[in-house]
Ligand binder design. Structure first.
Ligand SMILES: [Zn+2]
Length: 70
């Protein structure tokens, strides 16, 4: 969990629609520009098919996500 603090320091933005970590002005997955820097819980999904968390959050693609977005 040491990763969380390091990532937050850089003011990483996440998509409010699909919770994916976004690099740039808009989400690369859903195209939304509804982004937030106020989030908690850094989540790396490698295999969505086998991840219970991914299923719960309706994540279909591997990548980096935020658990909760405000
Ligand atoms: Zn998105």
């Amino acid at each position: 969990m040491a990763n969380v603090a390091a990532v937050r320091k850089k003011l990483v933005t996440v998509c409010r629609e699909c919770h994916r970590v976004v690099e740039g002005e808009a989400c690369g997955i859903c195209g939304s520009s509804n982004l937030s820097t106020d989030w908690t819980g850094y989540l790396v999904i490698i295999d969505p098919e086998r991840s219970e968390v991914a299923k719960k959050m309706n994540i279909k693609l591997p990548g980096r996500y935020a658990l909760k977005v405000r």
